[in-house]
Design a protein around this ligand. Structure first.
Ligand code: B12
Length: 214
């Protein structure tokens, strides 16, 4: 890790907003990989999350960290788009949303964006999405892949309920369900009954590539 990369992580984790934004902007202006910059932000978020758990940080710090990440993300996105060579043809349909009870959407938004620039038609149905809304939207949009996002432990139950409801509505067949979000792993995938989990937006894209034949 370079000195600048270390400084960016530290500035975000220490809530030095102005410095963090300046460092990120300077790195991007120098032509550093925007995906790398987002990865550094994620590392900083892990530090913030741990401090929150230890009660060294409280809700205002979580909010500020989220805002910093969104601002940096908004600057990085067009650069990622440029590198990907612009709009590709639509390879398939993906429906994505954050499950009910959960309001975290930064990770989901990155996944939506990455799928979009990789040629998928993505319908993002937002946060705190009730099970019935997923069912209705899947029926209408007929996506090949459904993505469920969630960062809270309670989201695992919401994911499981959503998977079961899609199954009960006869909408599971011929369709894959992927899940993701901070704590999601193989054990959560088994619990929810989803087809796969993805640890990051790049994994989400490769799952869709694997599942939807071009
Ligand atoms: C920012 C943040 C917030 C912001 C969210 C802003 C927003 N618009 O999203 C705010 C302040 C609103 C918030 C609120 C709360 N939060 Co919060 N939050 C965070 C924090 C610091 C970062 C989350 C984040 O955005 N990370 C950045 C993204 C980019 O992370 P990422 O995981 O790398 O994202 C990738 C993958 O997840 C994957 N992915 C994501 N979705 C999907 C979907 C699919 C299909 C696939 C394949 C992949 C995929 O791709 C992403 C991109 O590469 C985390 C700590 C952490 N380390 O995660 C806590 C954390 C998630 N929050 C936590 C808590 C407790 C809360 C609150 C309950 C606090 C409170 N007391 O009110 C509330 C809950 C509100 C609710 N009902 O949802 C806990 C959850 C604990 C738990 N096990 O349940 C955490 C873990 C902090 C902690 N360590 O205690 N939070």
């Amino acid at each position: 890790m370079t000195e600048n990369e270390r400084r960016l992580i530290e500035a975000i984790a220490e809530m030095r907003e102005e410095e963090a934004l300046e460092l990120a902007k300077a790195m991007l202006a120098r032509g550093e990989d925007p995906l790398r910059v987002l990865e550094l932000c994620r590392e900083a978020m892990d530090i913030v999350g741990k401090r929150f758990e230890r009660q060294e940080y409280f809700l205002p710090e979580l909010v500020l960290a989220g805002e910093m990440l969104e601002t940096i993300g908004a600057i990085a996105k067009p650069l990622i788009q440029e590198r990907s060579g612009g709009e590709a043809k639509k390879l398939g349909r993906v429906l994505i949303g954050t499950v009910h009870g959960d309001l975290h959407d930064i990770g989901k938004n990155i996944v939506t964006f990455m799928l979009d620039i990789n040629g998928y038609e993505v319908r993002d149905i937002g946060i705190d999405v009730p099970v019935a809304k997923f069912v209705e939207e899947v029926r209408g949009f007929q996506p090949q892949v459904v993505g469920l996002s969630g960062f809270l432990t309670l989201a695992f139950d919401s994911m499981k309920e959503t998977v079961q409801a899609l199954e009960a509505a006869g909408l599971r067949e011929g369709r894959r369900i992927m899940i993701g979000g901070g704590q999601v792993d193989e054990a959560v995938r088994t619990y929810t009954g989803a087809d796969a989990f993805g640890g990051n937006a790049v994994a989400a894209v490769s799952l869709c590539r694997q599942w939807i034949a071009a």
